[in-house]
Design a protein around this ligand. Structure first.
Ligand code: FAD
Length: 368
């Protein structure tokens, strides 16, 4: 093992360029309403201590914007083709010398941010959970390791030969400016890693997980600057099919009632829907419930579904597989209803009810 401390990577972003602002990409507006995810992204943007500018792409301009935004750019595009939105980001970020471009790690942000990063010729850092606080410590040290060599040694002493691997690993300690250092999940949230931007003179293109940041309150919009951007022409937006529901949106609802395989059939979901109606909640599901065809796939919560962090999350008939937990474990209060007292969901639950959901849920609904 060789340890080396490399201080040379620590440079100040302000030495070579005069960066002006942080550009936040707004999620598509919902009839001129700024979505909750954008409110959270603006909170994350405050960490950079710069002016915050908001880029809104679509037919409508917002009527209200998150507090802290100093300028709004509106690109009137009739569609939300990721390539066109990425071109809009490139154009606005370059013209206004924005040092940071920030989106939400939603389905929309996840398709747009990497494309914008490619156009701006930098590597994006995605799904950020935490931005290191410069006021607490101006620098952050990261220990990284690199496999530099491997030798195989085969022992033939036994009847069955064993292979031993000798590996040489270089460990390196590097120090970075805290505002260039971010925490993001790996392996379905089992591991949190700290990643740093090695060259602080370059523009940062990032996406943040909205549920990890508080929502900035909304305020009336001031001046909106209209920007003309050439749309991407090599692809065409044909149509979109959006499911409409009278219930609150799953990702912004303050209460979510979710069902898993334990619900046993699609017809039984009505039990959870009745509870959701009483609580003005969104309805979610595990992947097992979606795969079994019990409910639509846009209800799926988890690693490959939606990430939610409501005030109250009720999981009924869900075992608590890590892929499900990674989509809801940041909920403020988790209630689990499961007949198996050993189900892993009880490890993250604030309230656990070891009971049959077909008895517990209707009783709860009646009492409410
Ligand atoms: P099960 O694990 O079968 O659990 C059902 C639970 O219901 C059991 O605990 C049982 O005790 C309980 N139960 C049964 N009857 C009753 C009753 N009458 N009353 C109360 N409780 C009852 N999963 C997700 O949810 N979201 C994801 O995004 C996701 N992404 C994945 C990505 C990958 C790459 C992989 C490999 C898997 C992913 N999964 C995801 C699947 C995940 O691993 C689990 O298989 C899934 O979450 C299990 O769903 P479940 O808890 O509903 O089912």
């Amino acid at each position: 093992r060789s340890f080396a401390t490399n201080q040379t990577l620590l440079r100040s972003a302000t030495t070579s360029r005069c960066w002006a602002s942080t550009l936040v990409l707004s999620e598509p507006l919902n009839e001129s309403i700024t979505p909750a995810q954008t409110q959270s992204t603006v909170t994350a943007a405050r960490s950079f201590g710069q002016d915050i500018e908001l880029l809104v792409v679509g037919n409508d301009a917002p009527t209200e914007i998150p507090e802290g935004v100093t300028k709004v750019y509106h690109v009137a595009l009739g569609d939300r083709l990721a390539e066109s939105v990425a071109l809009a980001i490139e154009s606005v970020a370059t013209a206004n010398d924005c040092s940071v471009v920030l989106g939400a790690s939603t389905k929309f942000g996840s398709t747009v941010i990497p494309r914008a990063a490619a156009l701006l010729d930098v590597s994006p850092i995605t799904d950020i959970l935490e931005i290191q606080d410069e006021s607490e410590s101006p620098t952050t040290t990261i220990l990284s390791c690199e496999l530099v060599g491997q030798e195989d040694l085969i022992s033939t002493q036994d009847f069955i030969p064993h292979t031993y691997f000798f590996v040489r690993i270089n460990f390196e300690k590097s120090t970075y400016a805290s505002s260039d250092t971010f925490v993001r999940p790996m392996y379905a949230g089992n591991v949190l890693c700290k990643v740093a931007i090695k060259d602080p003179t370059k523009r940062k293109v990032l996406s943040v997980r909205p549920t990890s940041f508080d929502k900035a309150p909304l305020t009336a919009v001031g001046e909106v600057v209209s920007v003309e951007v050439e749309p991407f022409t090599k692809a065409e937006w044909v149509s979109e099919s959006v499911s409409k529901s009278d219930r609150p949106d799953l990702q912004s609802a303050s209460t979510v009632v979710s069902g898993g395989r334990g619900i046993k059939s699609g017809d039984n979901f009505i039990i959870l829907e009745k509870l959701a109606d009483k609580l003005n909640a969104a309805v979610g599901a595990s992947r097992a419930a979606v795969d079994a065809g019990f409910c639509p796939n846009d209800w799926q919560v988890g690693q490959t579904g939606k990430v939610v962090a409501p005030d109250l999350y009720i999981a009924a008939g869900i075992s608590g597989a890590i892929q499900h937990l990674s989509g809801m474990k940041d909920s403020k209060c988790i209630v689990a209803i499961n007949t198996d007292a050993e189900a892993p969901i009880f490890q993250v639950a604030d309230y656990g009810l070891n009971q049959d959901l077909f008895e517990a849920v209707p009783e709860l609904t009646d009492k409410l």
